[in-house]
Write a protein that binds this ligand. Structure first.
Ligand code: NAD
Ligand code: DAU
Length: 350
């Protein structure tokens, strides 16, 4: 099967592309990516010479370019997005353009080309802020909070409308917070790891009590392929880790695994509209498709920390240009308001 993978040069897309080609199950992949600040061909270095892989640089908002690149493909896995919540708050237009219009363009072209399977990659953020102890199922209401999560919710609704109106063979995964190798270091976990390596403060938004459900990217890639191959058309599948944990506890766990003291943790001004809790029920993918997360948080964190320490070459590459400008504009400002954190104020939570 020939699969058109959008956003394949990003974090999850590159891990997925390597995973699928590594299985040697006869898949070939056309990877389509605009190479924004978050897209990096170095993420795909190890498969660059694979005869079942071809890279096309292009924008999902450009129908003509998408049509040329998608022609001859049987399926689509759609990762491409502006994926960072903070950026969507500072400058929302790129995220609306790519996540909403780009998804619409892909749906239109895929329908025209009679694509037989279209998997849209979405997020647990569409369910919005949960109550303490609450878990979202695929039937929970959609209540996004940020421009990013609203744009993802809008794209989910477009996908489902194509299924209902045109009988288009699409399906959706909604996963929780991924972590693992090749994640751009503006995101929480790689930021904590790399700042700890550099002896910089670890900035914790608000009181650090916000809870996230952490999932190793390898587990997500397995879940995505299972849904792509066996999921029901028009269905939504949650994919979550089994570890719901607050940010401060997570940062402390990273420091402990790195053999560092808590002293570098610091509270900074909170993210506006910051959701307090995300947590997923994943019974559907577990019972229907037999998927379960297999990498424990401690094991996954250990591997991820080692990876960032080993790949200083990769880090140096992605931390140039745009990252430096972004960090200086938005992250260094808030570093001025750092307030150190009393030792052990929070326990773990689930
Ligand atoms: P990422 O930011 O690392 O990668 C996004 C990729 O999309 C980049 O390679 C970028 O160049 C490409 N891209 C952006 N705009 C494009 C455009 N207009 N045309 C073509 N390519 C474009 O993102 P990620 O963390 O790998 O997330 C991938 C997908 O998974 C996104 O749809 C995101 O919403 C979803 N998701 C991510 C997480 C997470 O924790 N990272 C969790 C749940 C869902
Ligand atoms: O839940 C899935 C989502 O996870 C995906 O849809 C998004 O694409 C992905 O970016 C991620 O969104 P988050 O907003 O949860 O991720 P981020 O890494 O930005 O932040 C994780 C948590 O850490 C969040 O509660 C905000 C907090 N945080 C983040 C940064 C960057 C901090 O406390 N300090 C920080 O410096």
């Amino acid at each position: 099967m020939k699969v058109f993978v959008t956003g394949a040069a990003g974090f999850i897309g590159s891990n997925f592309t390597r995973y699928v080609l590594g299985l040697g199950r006869g898949y070939s992949i056309v990877s389509y990516d605009k190479l924004t600040y978050a897209g990096n061909l170095a993420n795909l270095d190890s498969i660059a010479d694979n005869s079942n892989y071809r890279f096309v640089k292009g924008d999902i908002c450009d129908p003509a370019s998408v049509e040329i690149a998608m022609s001859g493909c049987d399926g689509v896995v759609h990762f491409a997005a502006e994926s960072h919540v903070d950026r969507s708050i500072y400058e929302p237009s790129a995220c609306i353009e790519t996540n909403v219009k780009g998804t619409f363009v892909l749906l239109q072209v895929a329908r025209k080309l009679n694509i037989s399977r279209f998997l849209h990659i979405s997020t647990d953020e569409v369910y919005g802020d949960l109550q303490p102890g609450e878990f979202a199922t695929e039937n929970s209401s959609i209540r996004p909070s940020s421009p990013y999560s609203s744009s993802k919710a809008a794209s989910d609704l477009l996908v489902l409308s194509f299924v209902r109106t045109y009988g288009f063979p699409a399906l959706i995964t909604r996963s929780s917070n991924n972590y693992g190798p090749y994640q751009f270091p503006e995101k929480f976990l790689p930021l904590m790891i790399t700042n700890a390596c550099d002896g910089k403060p670890l900035p914790i938004y608000g009181d650090g009590g916000q809870q996230r459900d952490w999932l190793h990217v390898d587990d997500n890639c397995r879940g995505i392929l299972a849904v792509f191959e066996h999921g029901g058309v028009g269905e939504v599948y949650n994919i979550g880790g089994s570890d719901v944990i607050d940010n401060l506890t997570m940062a402390r766990r990273v420091l402990r695994l790195m053999g560092k003291a808590d002293g570098s943790l610091a509270f900074v001004k909170d993210r506006p509209g910051h959701d307090r809790r995300y947590a997923l029920r994943c019974d559907k993918i577990e019972t229907e498709l037999g998927w379960r997360p297999s990498i424990s948080l401690d094991e996954g964190l250990r591997q991820t920390i080692e990876w960032y320490k080993r790949r200083s070459d990769w880090l140096a590459g992605v931390r140039g240009g745009d990252y430096r400008t972004y960090y200086a504009k938005y992250y260094e400002n808030r570093d001025a308001s750092l307030r150190s954190i009393p030792e052990r104020r929070f326990g773990s939570s689930s």
